[in-house]
Design a protein around this ligand. Structure first.
Ligand code: M6R
Length: 384
């Protein structure tokens, strides 16, 4: 059942090139060409949609008219929505609100009939997310499910939805579902923006990058030996920080959740934009800090963050892109650097989380804990 792997978490991390492809199968035209390049004379190439989502077809026009898109989830599923927020806003031009299901219920947050609420849940059975769904339905909102379990409570009770098709996830730590959720929500944003002429070029860039994503994830998994070595250097630490900004704030949050959940090492995801508002006081030459600094629109700001952390003698581990010579110069052999392939900004969070999933996996096995069944946790949280 573990297919030659020692643990389900390890298997599920290494399955991701295939699970991401499965999420796209039958939905994205797998061609690395933009429509202009395979245009048939006399036919507008843009009349041939490159992304289709059968589960949304009947509701696309309602969603496009929404006042807000509210993404409601818990844990890793919440982080997946966070990683997609900017892409969804950029493509749809509809404001996106993120809500932790429990907090939304605690506040009895106002929801309106012209809101669309998107419930993201691997299991489709999480009690808080399901209760939030009942609440949003009672408020009259259109409810969309993004789940990995056909026939689950959330899949059955939403008005429409997307099955992420990542296959059963057994390890309590969610890994392959996270990357497939990002891919599915990105595809949803592509479908919702299909009729926007001003977005055509941007949509093509993202779709071309989606087509290459399984190969890029496969390449990233080759970092496994380097990450195992890094985990060996960190395994006796009590704490580590994860810094990210923009879309990669979600990467920092998700990496920190993964590390604490399975390895029991304290870890905190920090928005690098908040660094000077408190976290900087923690920096010394002992506390490991992973800085996610790939070449997206936050790159120059993150380079500045790294320089400030270096000036305070921080103990850094830098996650950068393969072709980022500037970052290699800044780090100048003083700190470990993890170099991942570059993909479109909208999808870089998928690639960036892979080495950090591996880090949490190796930290856990080296510390001698049960990586598939961490203490006190259940795969599906069916009580509130
Ligand atoms: O099944 P769901 O996606 O609704 O689960 C939500 C969280 O309980 C889940 O993501 C949890 O945070 C994971 N164990 C994290 O790895």
């Amino acid at each position: 059942m573990k297919g030659g792997y020692t643990h389900f978490m390890e298997k599920e991390i290494f399955e991701q090139p295939e699970t991401i492809a499965q999420t796209m199968q039958g939905r994205v035209k797998i061609t690395p060409l933009s429509p202009m390049k395979y245009a048939v004379p006399g036919i507008d190439p843009y009349l041939m949609p490159r992304v289709r989502m059968g589960g949304l077809v009947d509701h696309v026009s309602t969603i496009r008219r929404s006042r807000r898109l509210m993404f409601i989830a818990c844990g890793t599923s919440y982080h997946a929505a966070m990683a997609c927020r900017q892409t969804v806003e950029e493509l749809t031009e509809i404001p996106v609100v993120l809500e932790l299901a429990s907090d939304l219920l605690d506040r009895r947050c106002p929801i309106f009939r012209d809101d669309t609420c998107v419930f993201v849940s691997q299991s489709g059975e999480t009690a808080d997310t399901f209760r939030a769904l009942e609440y949003a339905k009672a408020c009259g909102a259109l409810c969309v499910g993004v789940t990995n379990t056909v026939g689950s409570a959330i899949a059955r009770n939403t008005h429409c939805g997307i099955h992420i098709n990542a296959g059963a996830e057994i390890g309590v730590a969610s890994t392959k579902a996270y990357t497939s959720q990002i891919v599915a929500i990105t595809m949803m944003a592509l479908v919702l923006s299909e009729d926007a002429i001003s977005k055509r070029q941007r949509r093509d860039e993202i779709i071309d990058s989606l087509c290459q994503l399984p190969d890029m994830v496969r390449r990233t998994l080759k970092l496994n030996d380097q990450i195992k070595q890094l985990a060996a250097e960190l395994k006796d630490e009590q704490s580590c920080l994860m810094f990210g900004r923009g879309r990669n704030y979600a990467t920092a949050m998700e990496a920190a959740l993964k590390v604490k959940e399975v390895s029991y090492m304290h870890s905190e995801g920090i928005n690098a934009g908040e660094m000077k508002h408190g976290p900087l006081a923690l920096v010394d030459d002992k506390l490991p800090i992973v800085v996610v600094s790939t070449m997206d629109s936050m790159h120059s700001k993150m380079a500045g963050v790294i320089q400030q952390l270096m000036a305070r003698n921080g103990r850094l581990i830098v996650l950068a892109n393969e072709e980022d010579d500037e970052m290699v110069d800044i780090v100048a052999g003083k700190y470990p650097i993890i170099q991942v392939p570059r993909v479109d900004d909208a999808l870089q969070a998928v690639v960036n989380i892979i080495p950090l999933q591996l880090l949490s996996y190796h930290l856990t096995t080296l510390r001698g804990f049960n990586v598939d069944q961490p203490r006190n946790l259940a795969k599906s949280v069916t009580v509130t």
